[in-house]
Write a protein that binds this ligand. Structure first.
Ligand SMILES: [Mg+2]
Ligand SMILES: [Zn+2]
Length: 192
């Protein structure tokens, strides 16, 4: 007797997250690990999303590398600190992708280009239909639309200075990641 194959595990929703001004305090061209601090409520927000079964994937434009402000090694140290601070909050990222290029490089991975999403799909070997993108800038919202995600604009970071027109193009505008996580939870409850 052959037993039937086990059912495929359900594909988990993806929450794609900008880094600067979304997870950590916005610092112009953050170049050293000690400059990175989590914003209030970020640990709790990500714990909630994780408990809901979401995959947490960071996608961050880091043109400071192309501009010569810091190196790939510096960025690796910064991301080590980010992972440590999140681990202290009980949070593990499923992916952390960066674009090292500048605007003139015309690469595929600089948001709003979708290259980092494609990298994540390849790395995680799945492509979920339920996607959210959370960030503080227009390029985050456009990236989210380009990958057919629901888009959330935070008022943290640069989000405080976005125009009403920009805000009108997000599916949700809210004060911080904690508020976003509450909205995502209710959106998921409606989806399931
Ligand atoms: Mg940002
Ligand atoms: Zn790039």
């Amino acid at each position: 007797m052959t037993s039937p194959p086990p059912p495929a595990p359900p594909v988990r929703p993806w929450v794609l997250l900008d880094r600067d001004g979304t997870l950590n305090r916005e610092v112009e061209y953050l170049a050293r690990p000690e400059q990175l601090d989590l914003l209030p409520g970020v640990g709790e927000a990500l714990r909630r999303l994780q408990a809901l079964g979401c995959r947490l994937i960071v996608v961050t434009n880091q043109s400071g590398i192309a501009r010569g402000y810091f190196t790939s090694d510096d960025l690796a140290a910064i991301h080590d600190r980010l992972r440590h601070l999140l681990a202290d909050e009980g949070v593990t990222l499923d992916g952390l992708f960066h674009c090292p290029h500048g605007p003139a490089d015309a690469c595929r991975c600089r948001k709003p280009g979708i290259g980092m999403f494609e990298q994540a799909v390849a790395a995680l070997e799945e492509s979920p239909t339920v996607r959210f993108m959370v960030g503080d800038r227009q390029s985050d919202l456009q990236f989210g639309r380009n990958i057919e995600a629901r888009t959330i604009l935070l008022r943290t970071g640069y989000g405080a200075s976005q125009t009403a027109e920009a805000e009108s193009r997000a599916d949700l505008v809210c004060d911080d990641l904690l508020a976003a996580s509450v909205w995502i939870a209710s959106a998921l409850a409606e989806t399931l």
